[in-house]
Each structure stands twice: as C-alpha cells, then as structure tokens.
Design a protein around this ligand. Structure first.
Ligand code: ATP
Ligand code: MG
Length: 172
C-alpha cells in the first residue's frame, strides 16, 4: 500500500526550488492518519508532481498553491476515496478549455504555454494513471480566480479480520 500523505510531501519538497524561482508559495495539508491506496508508487508520485508543477508554472508570480490530501467522507457501503486537491489562485482557465485539458498536447494558450516549456502531456498522463488506479480527475476553474484540480483514488480499506470461530466443545 502507498501512503499518499508522505508522498505528497516528497513532491512539495522536490518542487520547492522551482516554486521559489517562480515566487510561488506552496503549502501542504495532509490528514495525519494513513491515506493508503493500492497501486504503483512511481505513478502516484508522477500524478501529484504533474498537478503541483502545473499549479506552480501557471499560477504565476505571487501565487499560492495549496495541496490537500484527505480521506473523503463516504456514504454507508461505499468505498472511501483518497482525494488529492491542488488549488492555485492564478489566472484560471476559461470554461471552453476545461473538457480538453487531458487531451495529449492540448495547451490552453499555445504561445505562453510554450514559454513554460513542456509538451502538453502532463494532464494526459495524470488521466491515464488515474484510469489505471480506478480514480478520477475533476477540475474547477474560474478565470481571474484560479483553479482546483482534484484527483480521487479508492482508499485501501483495512479488512476487519474475521472473528475467530468460537471453539465448540470437543466431541470425543
Ligand atoms: P507538460 O505537463 O507536458 O510539461 P503542459 O503543462 O503544457 O506540459 P499539461 O500539464 O497537460 O501540459 O497542461 C495542459 C495545459 O493546461 C497547460 O498548457 C496550461 O495551458 C493548462 N493548465 C494546466 N494546469 C493549469 C493551472 N493550474 N492553471 C492554469 N492553466 C493550467
Ligand atoms: Mg504540465
């Protein structure tokens, strides 16, 4: 099992030099309890990295990026989810672009995105990784106010060990 909290911390630490260079502040809040999912550790790292890197790159000078990892409350009988939310208060994304963000090579503003380097594959990879982990991506964004990308992955549910059978009186 992969504990997503420490993994998100690792990504935030590794992106600190980029964030400092861009004048972006990154904060992390993770529930203290284990936030376990089943899957490929390197892929989950890559997923979180792509989302946080985007928020830092596109948030712009002075932006604040908030990374939150939590177990989402679930209805009775439903699998709980681990949610990784990456919120920035940058320029946001116009609604007409939202449905296409996870297409390979799709970039909102080709010219200014090109100045940021990259190829337009980050979110396509995120979507692919989420598919492999039975997860989902959602995006909320408002131009001028910022964006929130949310990835949810089914939590690993600890099975309660089956109750020991009551020993029956030994029959001869
Ligand atoms: P790569 O990830 O391959 O380096 P990329 O960042 O351009 O390149 P994606 O991560 O797939 O590619 O993002 C696609 C486009 O979505 C970006 O080019 C950018 O225009 C837009 N985008 C992504 N995240 C944000 C964000 N947090 N705020 C504003 N625009 C964003
Ligand atoms: Mg990217």
């Amino acid at each position: 099992p992969i504990d997503v909290g420490p993994l998100a911390r690792q990504i935030v630490v590794s992106l600190t030099p980029l964030a400092e260079e861009r004048g972006v502040a990154v904060t992390l809040e993770a529930d203290p309890e284990p936030l376990a999912v089943l899957g490929d550790r390197d892929e989950i790292l890559r997923l979180v990295e792509n989302l946080v890197e985007n928020a830092v790159k596109y948030g712009g000078e002075g932006a604040h990026v908030a990374v939150r990892v939590a177990r989402t409350p679930c209805e009775e009988g439903r699998t709980p989810q681990i949610e990784i939310a990456v919120q920035d208060d940058g320029p946001g994304i116009a609604p007409e672009h939202l449905p296409r963000l996870t297409e390979r090579f799709y970039r909102v503003d080709a010219v200014s995105s090109r100045q940021q380097g990259g190829t337009g594959l980050g979110l396509a990879i995120v979507k692919h990784i989420l598919n492999r982990h039975r997860g989902r991506l959602s995006v909320e964004s408002e131009p001028g106010r910022g964006s929130t990308f949310r990835a949810v992955i089914p939590a690993l549910v600890e099975e309660t060990p089956p109750a020991r059978p009551v020993p029956s009186p030994q029959s001869a």
